[in-house]
Design a protein around this ligand. Structure first.
Ligand code: PGA
Length: 248
Protein backbone atom coordinates (compact mmCIF):
# COMPACT_ATOMS: atom_id res chain seq x y z
CA UNK A 1 0.00 0.00 0.00
CA UNK A 2 1.61 3.28 -1.07
CA UNK A 3 -0.84 5.35 0.96
CA UNK A 4 -2.14 5.12 4.49
CA UNK A 5 -4.85 2.53 5.07
CA UNK A 6 -8.49 3.54 5.43
CA UNK A 7 -9.42 2.50 8.95
CA UNK A 8 -13.08 1.86 9.74
CA UNK A 9 -14.42 1.14 13.22
CA UNK A 10 -17.47 -1.09 13.47
CA UNK A 11 -18.89 -0.65 16.95
CA UNK A 12 -21.76 -3.09 16.34
CA UNK A 13 -24.41 -2.87 19.10
CA UNK A 14 -22.14 -1.12 21.58
CA UNK A 15 -22.15 2.33 23.20
CA UNK A 16 -24.95 4.62 24.25
CA UNK A 17 -25.00 8.24 23.12
CA UNK A 18 -23.06 9.36 26.16
CA UNK A 19 -20.50 6.55 25.85
CA UNK A 20 -20.03 7.37 22.17
CA UNK A 21 -19.41 11.05 22.81
CA UNK A 22 -17.02 10.28 25.69
CA UNK A 23 -15.08 7.89 23.49
CA UNK A 24 -14.79 10.39 20.62
CA UNK A 25 -13.75 13.12 23.03
CA UNK A 26 -10.88 10.89 24.19
CA UNK A 27 -10.06 9.62 20.71
CA UNK A 28 -9.69 12.89 18.79
CA UNK A 29 -6.60 14.26 20.57
CA UNK A 30 -4.91 10.85 20.22
CA UNK A 31 -5.02 11.03 16.42
CA UNK A 32 -4.61 14.76 15.93
CA UNK A 33 -3.12 15.58 12.53
CA UNK A 34 -3.82 12.13 11.15
CA UNK A 35 -6.20 11.41 8.25
CA UNK A 36 -9.82 11.00 9.38
CA UNK A 37 -10.79 7.59 10.70
CA UNK A 38 -14.19 6.15 9.82
CA UNK A 39 -16.72 5.15 12.48
CA UNK A 40 -19.78 2.97 11.93
CA UNK A 41 -21.69 3.67 15.14
CA UNK A 42 -25.21 3.06 16.50
CA UNK A 43 -27.94 5.12 14.80
CA UNK A 44 -28.89 6.78 18.07
CA UNK A 45 -25.40 8.26 18.55
CA UNK A 46 -24.92 9.69 15.05
CA UNK A 47 -26.24 13.17 15.61
CA UNK A 48 -24.45 13.75 18.90
CA UNK A 49 -21.25 12.28 17.48
CA UNK A 50 -21.44 14.59 14.48
CA UNK A 51 -21.83 17.58 16.81
CA UNK A 52 -18.75 16.39 18.73
CA UNK A 53 -16.40 15.64 15.81
CA UNK A 54 -17.60 17.79 12.88
CA UNK A 55 -15.49 16.87 9.86
CA UNK A 56 -12.59 15.46 11.86
CA UNK A 57 -13.95 11.92 11.54
CA UNK A 58 -16.13 10.21 8.96
CA UNK A 59 -19.31 8.87 10.53
CA UNK A 60 -21.52 6.12 9.24
CA UNK A 61 -24.07 3.43 10.09
CA UNK A 62 -24.00 -0.37 10.17
CA UNK A 63 -27.20 -1.09 8.29
CA UNK A 64 -30.24 0.55 6.71
CA UNK A 65 -33.43 -0.38 4.88
CA UNK A 66 -33.55 -0.38 1.10
CA UNK A 67 -36.85 1.52 0.88
CA UNK A 68 -36.82 5.32 0.80
CA UNK A 69 -39.60 5.61 3.43
CA UNK A 70 -42.86 3.94 4.39
CA UNK A 71 -44.58 1.40 6.59
CA UNK A 72 -41.56 -0.60 7.76
CA UNK A 73 -41.85 -0.55 11.54
CA UNK A 74 -38.52 -0.34 13.29
CA UNK A 75 -36.46 0.25 10.16
CA UNK A 76 -34.26 3.20 9.21
CA UNK A 77 -33.89 4.93 5.84
CA UNK A 78 -30.74 6.13 4.11
CA UNK A 79 -31.98 9.73 4.07
CA UNK A 80 -32.47 9.60 7.86
CA UNK A 81 -28.91 8.43 8.33
CA UNK A 82 -27.57 11.10 6.06
CA UNK A 83 -29.35 13.88 7.87
CA UNK A 84 -28.14 12.50 11.22
CA UNK A 85 -24.52 12.85 10.06
CA UNK A 86 -23.67 9.60 8.26
CA UNK A 87 -21.65 9.64 5.06
CA UNK A 88 -21.35 5.89 4.70
CA UNK A 89 -23.05 2.65 5.64
CA UNK A 90 -21.78 -0.91 6.13
CA UNK A 91 -23.96 -3.34 4.17
CA UNK A 92 -24.11 -7.12 4.17
CA UNK A 93 -22.05 -7.72 7.29
CA UNK A 94 -21.94 -11.46 8.02
CA UNK A 95 -23.76 -10.91 11.32
CA UNK A 96 -26.66 -9.39 9.39
CA UNK A 97 -26.59 -12.22 6.89
CA UNK A 98 -26.55 -14.78 9.68
CA UNK A 99 -28.85 -13.38 12.37
CA UNK A 100 -31.20 -11.30 10.23
CA UNK A 101 -31.34 -13.50 7.12
CA UNK A 102 -30.03 -10.85 4.75
CA UNK A 103 -29.65 -12.19 1.25
CA UNK A 104 -27.44 -10.95 -1.58
CA UNK A 105 -30.54 -9.59 -3.25
CA UNK A 106 -31.54 -7.59 -0.21
CA UNK A 107 -27.97 -6.28 0.11
CA UNK A 108 -28.01 -5.31 -3.56
CA UNK A 109 -31.16 -3.26 -3.06
CA UNK A 110 -29.57 -1.53 -0.10
CA UNK A 111 -26.42 -0.74 -2.10
CA UNK A 112 -28.55 0.84 -4.82
CA UNK A 113 -30.44 2.93 -2.27
CA UNK A 114 -27.23 4.02 -0.51
CA UNK A 115 -25.77 5.16 -3.83
CA UNK A 116 -28.91 7.05 -4.75
CA UNK A 117 -28.83 8.81 -1.39
CA UNK A 118 -25.14 9.67 -1.60
CA UNK A 119 -23.93 7.33 1.14
CA UNK A 120 -20.75 5.37 0.46
CA UNK A 121 -21.50 1.65 0.79
CA UNK A 122 -18.97 -0.66 2.42
CA UNK A 123 -20.11 -4.04 1.18
CA UNK A 124 -18.96 -7.04 3.21
CA UNK A 125 -18.14 -10.39 1.66
CA UNK A 126 -16.37 -13.47 2.97
CA UNK A 127 -16.46 -17.23 3.31
CA UNK A 128 -17.26 -19.40 6.32
CA UNK A 129 -14.74 -21.85 7.77
CA UNK A 130 -16.50 -24.80 6.10
CA UNK A 131 -16.52 -23.04 2.74
CA UNK A 132 -12.78 -22.37 2.99
CA UNK A 133 -12.14 -26.00 3.99
CA UNK A 134 -14.15 -27.17 0.99
CA UNK A 135 -12.09 -24.96 -1.32
CA UNK A 136 -15.08 -22.85 -2.30
CA UNK A 137 -13.83 -19.42 -1.18
CA UNK A 138 -13.66 -18.08 -4.73
CA UNK A 139 -17.11 -19.37 -5.64
CA UNK A 140 -18.58 -17.80 -2.49
CA UNK A 141 -16.94 -14.43 -3.18
CA UNK A 142 -18.03 -14.57 -6.79
CA UNK A 143 -21.66 -15.17 -5.90
CA UNK A 144 -21.69 -12.47 -3.22
CA UNK A 145 -19.98 -9.87 -5.40
CA UNK A 146 -21.93 -10.47 -8.58
CA UNK A 147 -25.27 -10.60 -6.81
CA UNK A 148 -24.69 -7.71 -4.38
CA UNK A 149 -23.06 -5.38 -6.89
CA UNK A 150 -24.82 -6.15 -10.16
CA UNK A 151 -25.66 -3.07 -12.17
CA UNK A 152 -23.65 -0.72 -9.96
CA UNK A 153 -22.46 2.06 -12.19
CA UNK A 154 -20.19 3.96 -9.83
CA UNK A 155 -17.60 2.38 -7.61
CA UNK A 156 -16.39 5.81 -6.39
CA UNK A 157 -18.87 5.47 -3.57
CA UNK A 158 -18.42 1.79 -2.87
CA UNK A 159 -15.78 -0.16 -0.99
CA UNK A 160 -15.53 -3.87 -0.42
CA UNK A 161 -14.63 -5.39 2.93
CA UNK A 162 -13.26 -8.91 2.78
CA UNK A 163 -14.23 -10.44 6.12
CA UNK A 164 -13.84 -14.21 6.41
CA UNK A 165 -16.64 -15.20 8.77
CA UNK A 166 -14.37 -17.42 10.86
CA UNK A 167 -12.00 -14.52 11.56
CA UNK A 168 -14.65 -12.14 12.89
CA UNK A 169 -14.55 -11.72 16.66
CA UNK A 170 -12.60 -14.98 17.00
CA UNK A 171 -9.17 -13.55 17.71
CA UNK A 172 -7.91 -15.56 14.72
CA UNK A 173 -6.99 -13.27 11.85
CA UNK A 174 -6.60 -14.58 8.33
CA UNK A 175 -2.94 -14.79 7.35
CA UNK A 176 -1.33 -12.25 5.06
CA UNK A 177 -1.24 -14.85 2.27
CA UNK A 178 -4.94 -15.66 2.65
CA UNK A 179 -5.87 -11.98 2.56
CA UNK A 180 -3.68 -11.25 -0.45
CA UNK A 181 -5.14 -14.22 -2.27
CA UNK A 182 -8.74 -13.27 -1.46
CA UNK A 183 -8.21 -9.62 -2.40
CA UNK A 184 -6.68 -10.69 -5.71
CA UNK A 185 -9.71 -12.95 -6.29
CA UNK A 186 -12.02 -10.04 -5.56
CA UNK A 187 -10.21 -7.81 -8.09
CA UNK A 188 -10.31 -10.62 -10.60
CA UNK A 189 -14.05 -11.18 -10.12
CA UNK A 190 -14.69 -7.44 -10.26
CA UNK A 191 -12.82 -7.32 -13.58
CA UNK A 192 -15.81 -9.05 -15.14
CA UNK A 193 -18.12 -6.33 -13.81
CA UNK A 194 -16.29 -3.06 -14.28
CA UNK A 195 -13.36 -1.34 -16.01
CA UNK A 196 -9.65 -1.75 -15.26
CA UNK A 197 -9.47 1.90 -14.24
CA UNK A 198 -12.22 1.40 -11.69
CA UNK A 199 -10.56 -1.67 -10.24
CA UNK A 200 -7.32 0.24 -9.88
CA UNK A 201 -9.07 2.75 -7.62
CA UNK A 202 -11.41 0.34 -5.82
CA UNK A 203 -10.67 0.12 -2.11
CA UNK A 204 -10.72 -3.35 -0.59
CA UNK A 205 -10.54 -3.54 3.18
CA UNK A 206 -9.74 -6.53 5.35
CA UNK A 207 -11.74 -7.27 8.50
CA UNK A 208 -11.52 -10.03 11.09
CA UNK A 209 -9.71 -9.77 14.43
CA UNK A 210 -7.55 -6.82 13.32
CA UNK A 211 -5.26 -5.56 16.13
CA UNK A 212 -2.66 -2.77 16.26
CA UNK A 213 0.06 -5.37 15.60
CA UNK A 214 -1.67 -7.05 12.66
CA UNK A 215 -2.65 -3.71 11.13
CA UNK A 216 1.00 -2.64 11.15
CA UNK A 217 2.03 -5.90 9.55
CA UNK A 218 -0.65 -5.74 6.85
CA UNK A 219 -0.48 -1.99 6.18
CA UNK A 220 2.22 -2.26 3.54
CA UNK A 221 0.82 -5.25 1.77
CA UNK A 222 -0.09 -4.60 -1.85
CA UNK A 223 -3.82 -4.84 -2.44
CA UNK A 224 -4.94 -4.26 1.17
CA UNK A 225 -6.37 -0.75 1.22
CA UNK A 226 -7.55 -0.63 4.80
CA UNK A 227 -9.24 -2.35 7.71
CA UNK A 228 -12.68 -2.89 9.17
CA UNK A 229 -12.19 -3.23 12.90
CA UNK A 230 -14.72 -4.53 15.43
CA UNK A 231 -13.45 -5.51 18.87
CA UNK A 232 -10.24 -3.44 18.72
CA UNK A 233 -12.22 -0.31 17.84
CA UNK A 234 -14.13 -0.27 21.11
CA UNK A 235 -11.28 1.19 23.10
CA UNK A 236 -10.09 4.63 21.93
CA UNK A 237 -6.43 4.04 22.72
CA UNK A 238 -6.26 0.68 20.98
CA UNK A 239 -8.09 2.00 17.95
CA UNK A 240 -5.89 5.11 17.79
CA UNK A 241 -2.88 2.77 17.52
CA UNK A 242 -4.44 1.12 14.48
CA UNK A 243 -5.10 4.50 12.88
CA UNK A 244 -1.56 5.67 13.64
CA UNK A 245 -0.04 2.27 12.76
CA UNK A 246 1.63 1.80 16.12
CA UNK A 247 2.04 -1.92 16.83
CA UNK A 248 1.58 -1.53 20.61
P1 PGA B 1 -13.62 -8.06 14.83
O1 PGA B 1 -14.91 -7.63 13.96
O2 PGA B 1 -12.55 -7.03 14.57
O3 PGA B 1 -14.09 -8.09 16.24
O4 PGA B 1 -13.21 -9.40 14.32
C1 PGA B 1 -14.76 -7.18 12.64
C2 PGA B 1 -16.11 -6.96 12.00
O5 PGA B 1 -17.04 -7.69 12.31
O6 PGA B 1 -16.28 -6.02 11.21
Amino acid sequence: MDRLPIVVANWKMNKTIRESVDYLHKFLPLVEGSRPAWFAIPFTALQAAKAEVGDKLILGAQNMNDASAGAFTGEIAASMLKEAGASFVILGHSERRRYFNETNECIHNKVMRAQETGLTAIVCVGESYEEREQGSTRAVLEKQLTECLKGISSFDVCMIAYEPVWAIGSGISATQEMIMEAHAMIRDIMATMTSKETIATLNILYGGSVTPASACQLANVEGIDGFLVGTASLDPETFAKIVLLQPQ
